[in-house]
Each structure stands twice: as structure tokens, then as C-alpha cells.
Design a binder for this molecule. Structure first.
Ligand code: 8YV
Length: 328
């Protein structure tokens, strides 16, 4: 007797090729209209699902997990960050959680590097001038930014993405500094000529550009607090391609408004899709709509990871990207 296909609820529209495979393998409930689920819709969806495939826009909190029916055994997140999922509740209910690490490292690091270039070199500002027809013509002293080469980059969180940012920044002649829970291997540290700071405070006070590349966890919430942001030098720039919650966005905005730091490049925000409106008025910031991993190649690879995680789990094995709370 052929086995009944597992019910897999996918909360957002995914690349066609991934959805097609989902339909072939599973009893997939797709969201072709791509309308984000409300909390009630999520609670309804988990009642009959065997597997839930959420994204960063779904909060899978304790109340959603409490509404889950007995069949829900796997939450296969489409994304590497799992701060949208209450991991402790999932564990206590015996629900396995997986994510999609590795496949969005290079794309996210590219975006961080793009912002590291865009902010000090005023790329977005220059582009705006062209579009408004306000270019007065070349002048030796107009639209001057700051050089990247020779500057110190302080990376907060030296995991896969942090290291990928460091490799790029090295190629642009930057000196790599980093703060992480633990130092990276000596070999990689030497290869990157990187300087480890156990004290984040000490590192922040000494670097020219800060790049946030750590996950958002209870321990990293507002890691860049108002107090820590004040340690930055007035010429410093802050780049964030990780999660908005790692930086106190209001404190950052105040410092930018008061020119206590030179600028910021932000791909992520504390209350997405809302953005502190004061940021919109500042020429010293480059704002992007959470598009760090937004390449078609990356999104297909993320989907392939989700497919493998689900199939492996259904086959009775430990899925390759099982999330263990202590990893975060
Ligand atoms: C994804 C991300 O777009 O994977 C992550 O953690 O932040 C993004 O790049 C998003 O999470 C998809 O759910």
C-alpha cells in the first residue's frame, strides 16, 4: 500500500521549481497568493499539518505551537535565522526544527560588502542626485566620501557569514577585527590576518566600520545598545545585514541624526517592514528591504535544503540541518 503523503504547509510563495517538487513529494499546501498568514491562519494551519515551512515573516511562538495538532513533528524553516521560532516550546513539544545554513552565506556577505562600499562612498546619495536632475557637474570638492582601503572593519559575529565578509573586505584592503563568542581557528585567523577582541566594547571604540553578522538570540538582542553605540568613533559607520533586533534602532537613529556617527547601511530593521521614519530623512544612511539573500540561486538552494530536511525527516533520519538551541 502506498503511504499517505505528509501534509506540508508552506507559508509563503517559493520559487516555482521548489513548489513543483514539494507538490510531487508531499501533500503540499502552497500559498500561491503569497499573502502572509495572520496569527489565526498560522494556528489553523498547524492543526492538520505534518510539517510547517515558515519564513522570517511568520512568528512561530508558543501559542502557535500550542495550537498544533498531534501530527506536527517538523518545522522546516525557509531561512537560516530561527529567531522567528520559539525553539524551547518546539523542543518541549518534541517538534524538530531545521533551517537552511550555508547556501545564503555568499549572497549575504556580498550585500554586506555592497553596503560597506555604498555608505562611505555615498553611492545611493549620488544615484539620487542623478535621478532628481540635480547634478551641478563635476567639482573637485563635491560629493566626497571616505576611502575603504586601509580602514579597520569590526565584525560582530564571526560565523560563516562574518568570515565571508572578512574575505571580501581583505580584498578591498581593510584590516579585519572581530568579536565572537569564541575566536575562530588559528589557521583562518592567520589567513584573514584578523584580530580577535574578547571585549566588544574595546573593539567598537577602535574600528572605522562595524558589520553585524551574528544571529539574533536572547543574548544578542540590542547587543549594540545605546551605551555601546556611544563607544563608536564619530567617523564610524554601522552596517547590519543580520537582524534589526541586534541594534537598538532608535538609539542608532538618534546618533545618526546628531552626527555622533558618520553613517549606516541597514538591510534589516527591528520592526520589519516598519522602519524608523527618521531614518528616511537621513542622507548618511543606505536602507535596503531585507534583501541580503535575495538571489534566485540562493532562494532555490534554500528550497532544496528545505526539501532534503523534510524528506530525510520523513524517512526516519535526523535531518542535516537540525537546529539545536545551544547552537544559537
Ligand atoms: C531570508 C534571512 O530571506 O535566512 C535568513 O535568516 O534573514 C533571510 O536572508 C529569510 O530569513 C527567509 O525566511
Amino acid at each position: 500500500m502506498p503511504q499517505k503523503k505528509p501534509v506540508v504547509v508552506v507559508t509563503r510563495k517559493l520559487p516555482d521549481v521548489i513548489e513543483t517538487r514539494m507538490m510531487e513529494l508531499f501533500d503540499a499546501r502552497l500559498n500561491l497568493a503569497d499573502k502572509p498568514f495572520s496569527k489565526n491562519e498560522l494556528m489553523e494551519a498547524v492543526k492538520d499539518a505534518d510539517v510547517l515551512v515558515p519564513t522570517v515573516t511568520d512568528r512561530i511562538d508558543a501559542s502557535v505551537l500550542a495550537a498544533a495538532g498531534p501530527n506536527l513533528r517538523l518545522v522546516a524553516n525557509y531561512g537560516v535565522g530561527v529567531d522567528n521560532i520559539d525553539l524551547a516550546s518546539a523542543r518541549s513539544k518534541g517538534i524538530t526544527v531545521t533551517n537552511t545554513p550555508g547556501v545564503l552565506t555568499e549572497d549575504t556577505a556580498d550585500m554586506a560588502m555592497a553596503l560597506i562600499l555604498a555608505v562611505p562612498r555615498r553611492i545611493a546619495e549620488g544615484e539620487r542626485v542623478m535621478r532628481t536632475g540635480d547634478w551641478p557637474g563635476w567639482s573637485p570638492t563635491w560629493m566626497l566620501g571616505h576611502r575603504i582601503n586601509g580602514k579597520r572593519l569590526g565584525i560582530v559575529g564571526m560565523g560563516r557569514i562574518g568570515q565571508a565578509v572578512a574575505r571580501r573586505a581583505r580584498a578591498f584592503g581593510m584590516a579585519i577585527h572581530y568579536h565572537s563568542r569564541r575566536p575562530i581557528s588559528e589557521q583562518v585567523e592567520q589567513e584573514l590576518e584578523a584580530t580577535y577582541w574578547e571585549s566588544l566594547d574595546q573593539m567598537l571604540a577602535r574600528v572605522d566600520i562595524v558589520s553585524v553578522n551574528c544571529p539574533h538570540t536572547p543574548a544578542t538582542y540590542h547587543l549594540l545598545s545605546a551605551r555601546r553605540l556611544k563607544l563608536l568613533q564619530p567617523h564610524a559607520y554601522v552596517i547590519n545585514t543580520s537582524r534589526g533586533e541586534v541594534i537598538d534602532e532608535n538609539a542608532l537613529t538618534r546618533m545618526l541624526e546628531n552626527r555622533q556617527i558618520a553613517g549606516a547601511g541597514l538591510d534589516v530593521f527591528e520592526n520589519e517592514p516598519a522602519v524608523n521614519p527618521k531614518l528616511l530623512n537621513l542622507d548618511s544612511v543606505v536602507l535596503l528591504p531585507h534583501m541580503g539573500s535575495a538571489t534566485i540561486e540562493g532562494r532555490i538552494s534554500m528550497g532544496e535544503k528545505v526539501l532534503v530536511n523534510i524528506q530525510t525527516f520523513i524517512d526516519g533520519h535526523t535531518p542535516p540541518d537540525r537546529v539545536i538551541e545551544t547552537m544559537f
